[in-house]
Design a protein around this ligand. Structure first.
Ligand code: ADP
Length: 302
């Protein structure tokens, strides 16, 4: 069975779309890999699979083996650098046209999710992150049921719930936490994304929306609060253009100076920008935040 070599399965959930669930999945994966844990990402967000774009592998072709698919390798393990392998499988790879899955009816979606869980050949993995569709729809329930049936006892470690300061004010996140309670999925913690803004000009992190609601909500539900993640336009630049993040002198996040060294290669330096995503991500302001979040999740799973 395809999940038999996977040690821990972690679901990434959000009550609504656009809160940064796929960005969080991507960064958890990069961060786990940087911490030496082999990781796979399974993208079953049928509402619009965005994981291939996040990893810059939109044109990758999946290979069909007898009885299933082989995931795409984003990078192999590099033991000398302490980096573990990262592989990805997305529904996006199988769609003839973008947006095709969105028009499928419930039973077809459910069948696809089931097939996806059993027919991808994952090699030895420390963590499999599952990027799920937003909400608490039929797909979720089906996914949760299938996972609970297919996983070994204890293999489904739990769920990371992503929200934003504004989404906390809505009922969506609470619905998501209630969904976990109802389906018996343990909540590993809540992440408040888009909490503040790393200004590329003034080197300040400002709160555009009120921040802190995620923490209050986590307390209400008696689940862990994993941290606040600001909006960083340099993260978007990294994803959209592949350029390494750069910050003006004095940029500080959570009291940590993350400004780019003055001897950093000039903008447009080809060698720097052709590095692997996982190495470029190290210089992103969000990397130390995710390193702390990942360490918390790993300790919690163990
Ligand atoms: P979802 O998966 O919840 O629909 P995405 O992860 O696709 O949301 O995020 C929506 C958009 O916002 C994407 O373009 C993504 O790169 C961007 N984004 C999300 N979180 C951040 C962040 N912390 N900093 C900068 N951009 C972000």
């Amino acid at each position: 069975m395809s999940l038999s070599k996977v040690k821990h399965i972690v679901l990434v959930l959000s009550g609504k779309g656009g809160v940064g669930k796929s960005s969080v999945t991507t960064q958890l994966a990069l961060s786990l890999s940087l911490a030496g844990h082999s990781v796979g990402v399974l993208d079953v967000d049928l509402t619009g699979p965005s994981i291939p774009r996040m990893f810059g592998i939109e044109d990758a072709k999946v290979t069909q083996a007898p009885g299933g698919w082989l995931p795409i390798t984003v990078h192999e393990a590099d033991r000398s650098a302490g980096v573990a392998s990262l592989r990805v499988m997305s529904l996006g790879f199988l769609l003839p046209r973008r947006g095709d899955a969105v028009v499928w009816r419930g039973p077809k979606k459910t069948a696809m999710v089931r097939q996806f869980l059993s027919d991808v050949f994952w090699d030895e993995l420390d963590y499999l992150l599952v990027d799920t569709p937003p909400g608490t729809s039929d797909e979720h329930i089906s996914l949760a049921e299938t996972l609970l049936q297919k996983a070994r006892p204890g293999q489904l470690a739990g769920a990371v719930v992503v929200t934003t300061p504004q989404a906390v004010a809505t009922a969506d996140v609470r619905k998501e936490l209630n969904f976990c309670a109802k389906t018996g999925i343990r909540v590993l913690g809540v992440i408040e994304n888009m909490s503040g803004f790393v200004c590329p000009n003034c080197s300040q992190c400002t709160n555009i929306f009120m921040s802190g609601g995620g923490e209050v909500m986590a307390k209400d539900f008696n689940v862990r609060f994993l941290g606040r993640v600001p909006i960083d336009p340099q993260f978007l630049v990294l994803i959209e253009t592949g350029k390494s993040p750069r910050y003006p002198a004095g940029t500080s996040i959570n009291g940590q100076d993350i400004s780019s060294p003055t001897d950093a290669p000039a903008e447009g330096d080809e060698t720097r920008d052709s590095a692997l995503l996982v190495h470029k991500y190290r210089s992103c302001s969000l990397a130390p935040i995710f390193s702390t979040i990942t360490a918390d999740v790993v300790a919690n799973v163990a």
